[in-house]
Design a protein around this ligand. Structure first.
Ligand code: PEP
Length: 247
């Protein structure tokens, strides 16, 4: 099963549901639809509305983040995994580089993953190196640290998906070259197998994925899907990414 996950970031109002309706119409009649899962992560404000509308449909709804406490607390503006699950989300991103930059620590991320899994959310755990780290050839060391500081053997690996998102690639139009990306995904799966008894969760790629570069990315069969930011706000682009992937 491949994943096409659209991360809307700070985008969308109730009528933006039309974007999802277009994607859903395509999905419904796509002969390849059993080969992949579409997930959209709108902002918190739209999760309930979208999840209710798509409850019996193929598209799943997720959140872009969750707070590191389980249910209720006195933290103003915080939203817990329990609250997200109760309004119909099936997935949550954790550890997006935007949120790491805002102060999410490994300790907080571990709590987020733990509580999200407890509430039966599938966790899309994001990792990635920045430009300087890439330049210094420390990508593997950075990724390994991000994985081993947060993930534990006792976590249910069937509900964990890893999204490899090089920070220098997010929203920049730049993507890693084929060989580097293949090596990195292979390395991530090696570390995941060390954590999870020789079995690796799915590993996605994210960072400037579009309807053109998917032609190159699809050659790398070890990539289990894509986390798509900018291009997920356009139904045409998002659908073309899937079409071109299976062409
Ligand atoms: C993201 O922010 O998760 C992302 C992948 O963004 P973009 O596709 O716009 O680079």
């Amino acid at each position: 099963m491949k994943y096409f996950i659209g991360n809307w970031k700070m985008f969308g109002v109730p009528k933006s549901i039309n974007i999802l309706k277009s994607i859903n119409s395509f999905n419904l009649f796509d002969k390849n639809r059993n080969k992949y899962q579409i997930v959209i992560t709108p902002p918190y404000t739209l999760i309930h509305f979208f999840a209710k509308y798509f409850k019996k449909k193929l598209i799943k709804i997720g959140s872009q983040n969750c707070f590191y406490k389980e249910k209720y607390s006195s933290n103003t503006s915080a939203i817990s995994p329990y609250m997200i699950k109760k309004v119909g989300a099936k997935f949550t991103l954790v550890g997006h580089s935007d949120n790491r930059a805002e102060g999410d620590t490994d300790k907080m991320l571990k709590e987020k993953v733990k509580h999200a899994l407890k509430h039966n959310l599938k966790v899309v755990f994001c990792i990635g190196e920045n430009k300087k780290q890439k330049k210094n050839n420390s990508t593997n060391r950075v990724l390994k640290n991000q994985l081993i500081k947060v993930l534990e053997k006792k976590f249910n690996k069937n509900n964990i998906i890893i999204a490899y998102e090089p920070i220098w690639s997010i929203g920049t139009g730049k993507i890693p070259n084929e060989q580097d990306l293949s090596n990195t995904v292979f390395f991530i799966k090696k570390i995941l197998k060390q954590i999870f008894n020789n079995k690796s969760p799915a590993v996605l790629y994210g960072g400037s994925v579009d309807e053109n570069n998917i032609q190159m990315l699809k050659q790398l069969r070890e990539i289990d899907g894509f986390l798509i930011g900018g291009a997920s706000k356009s139904p045409k682009k998002f659908i073309d990414i899937i079409k071109n992937y299976y062409k």
